[in-house]
Design a binder for this molecule. Sequence first.
Ligand code: G16
Length: 543
Amino acid sequence: MHIQVIATQPFTDQKPGTSGLRKKVRVFQQLHYLQNFVQSIFNTLEIPENATLTLGGDGRFYNKEAIQIIIKMAAANGFASVLVGQHGILSTPAASNVIRKYHTFGGIILSASHNPGGPEDDFGIKYNISNGGPAPEKITDRIFATSKTITEYRIAEIPEVNLSKLGTTVHDGFSVTVIDPVRDYADLMQSMFDFSAIKRWLATGHRLKFDAMHAVTGPYAREIFVHRLGAPADSLMNCDVSENFGGGHPDPNLTYAAELVKIAYGAQAPDFSAASDGDGDRNMILGQHFFVTPSDSLALIAANARLIPAYAQGLSGVARSMPTSGAVDRVAARLGIACYETPTGWKFFGNLMDAGRVALCGEESFGTGSDHVREKDGLWAVLCWLNLLAATGESVESLVRKHWQSYGRNVYSRHDYENVPAAQANAVIAHVKAQASQLPGQVFGAYTVKTVDDFSYTDPVDGSVSTGQGLRILFACGSRVVIRLSGTGTEGATIRVYLEAFTEDAAQQQLDAQDALAELIAVSHQISLLPQLTGRQQPTVIT
Ligand code: G16
């Protein structure tokens, strides 16, 4: 096999964010840009003999071209083989499953997740390690450092692989196997959940609507919900994968999944509606005229996990990201199991799961998952809910309301201010930081500030420390405001303001979250001066 060594110049902006490197497609299309980053990944790794790389993406624009380049670079950098999803497509949780099931050395996942796709939109790439999870910070930091000094990359001269045809091709001892992306994943799901009970639930007049948002989970949803669980074909919507996600924003929340939300709040609303995102790791759960916040979803799954065959023996522990509400903490306390609070980013859960400390994790950003893989998993979350509905015979709304009655309600909302000029966003953060020492003790209406800090995390397994993970304003009554900048955007900055108040009052629990949090929202503006510093009066997205 002939290997070309191509001279290149470093780029200065290849720092992985919350979940890999995300940039506009046009940035990735610059000469050598993708290749530099891939070579930086490979240079960072010690690739053993006979190593296999898992490879796949969410099918967005530029996926196919990038896959061919990465296959050739894997061949030139010492990998013995590559397992690639058919058409170059693997959902993120399915890729994690492939890495684990076939014990591959690691994986490259091409995805910008919930960000829009197309020639003018976003692309992304991240490396997952052999446990199937996103590379931890110590590896992503090394990749970034390498990208700043890189001078050449290696690429093999082998023919393009026919990604549509399942099977193996070999070039000078280097093999590429195109695998069925759906079967292994669907088998895993069937082994974890009570498919017979869900099937019965669906056969006895209950209706489900699943929106794949023109993204990667379409074929998985068809196999699982229609072929294996017997749901009618019209239970699915937007299930054909498109390179630009039908021109939409494949982010399953109340704003961007508006088509599904309209159905779930309509006259003929299905019993259960759900959506997932671009690469299939996020989920949104809806009942009839009822939205379940991701934080509540996590708490409810934890509280009822024993009804799901995979967790019938109970959970070892749970974890949530810092901005996620404390609802799951209350469940963990009652169950007498450990609960960990990590920074935003699924990569922080990996060590806890590998050490057997937690079985269930979740984030307010519509991510829930368990130790069956090392990524959050949208369809898994949907199946958790279907299993709980089938096992209890309750509706989504009654399950959640009963949960609140029993545990109290962590009223919760996140306000996003997208595409803010970076200088303005930084000014908001700087303004809060500057007051950190004076705020404690100050009274804002019903709220007295208790502490203000910038969250830092020491991984209990390997002792690594991550600082600067989000400003926390904690109030004496237990309510809190968290402010941080997103690490996944590609344009300007996104300010995220997370608002949480706990109530055991039954009347308060009935309120819409925005009404219940109205005063706290006003206090957050008063403290951060966000409206004045950004000129934004309203968030772009409320979840
Ligand atoms: C990624 C990470 C998540 C994180 C989310 C939001 O999700 O995997 O752990 O919660 O981004 O991060 P940020 O608030 O920094 O934008 P995904 O679905 O985009 O891969």
